[in-house]
Design a protein around this ligand. Sequence first.
Ligand SMILES: Cn1cc(CCO)c2c3c(c(-c4ccccc4Cl)cc21)C(=O)NC3=O
Length: 289
Amino acid sequence: AFMLSRYESEFLELECIGVGEFGAVYKCVKRLDGCLYAIKRSRRPLAGSANEQLALKEVYAHAVLGHHPHVVRYYSAWAEDDHMIIQNEYCDGGSLTDAIVKKEVQGEIFTEPELKDLLLQVSMGLKYIHSLGLAHLDIKPSNIFISQQPSTGAAAEGESEEEDGSSPAGVIYKIGDLGHVTSTNNPQVEEGDSRFLASEVLHEDYSHLPKADIFALGLTVLLAAGASPLPQNGGEWHSIREGQLPKLPRELSSTFIDLLQLLLDPDPTKRPSAKELCKHPVLTEERAG
Ligand SMILES: Cn1cc(CCO)c2c3c(c(-c4ccccc4Cl)cc21)C(=O)NC3=O
């Protein structure tokens, strides 16, 4: 178009880092500040459609969620030439899915301390989201992004190690993709990925939505621990929701297995809250657990 769009005038597009039915995500440099951003460009949803609701919920959630070391930071969103555009913090370490695939390809596994660090960091992000009366509803490895070290980028300020508890040079996990976020008070649930969906949400019981995030987080950690790809439906889908943990190709301590079992309890009230996980001895004590 003859008129340079804001996207083209403000950003230099470096590469496409993701494509889906939603649209595409690009790694971009903002010309003004020289920082990297992840920018999702999607077709503008039909006015009044369910997709428009999703697009608006994503932006509302980012606006409410402000800044947290374990939630991907939002900078701006706008509409132009029939596209919706959202500009987020760029996480330079790929997604947890990429990290899991990389471990498998290299014949390595996440150690138990690494799995506990993952569970603790994402629990901190969920504690923040849940404390604001919101539930994510699409927690899964492809929606957890990795920053290799406290980035020097625009998002770095305000990140201090005691806040997120990870070692300074360690990996930082950030919850992203807020497209399914909903209020826990008056929920309008758009189900997330069925592989991570808690049974009660499938049955439209929305009385414990934060615990649905805890269930999905339990399955997410099991995948990082080496579990086979999860079923989308069928017998195995149901057996997991009856408390039958997917098999793991390696040993884990009984205390950690017991905790993961609790995250996947069929009864949402039995699952620990994100707040309880953040101070759970199995996750917070140096050698114990
Ligand atoms: C596919 N993909 C790859 C990445 C980079 C990971 O190293 C990525 C990011 C995001 C997103 C994203 C997700 C959902 C909504 C908006 C965005 Cl920008 C998608 C991303 C995002 O918000 N921040 C990202 O780094």
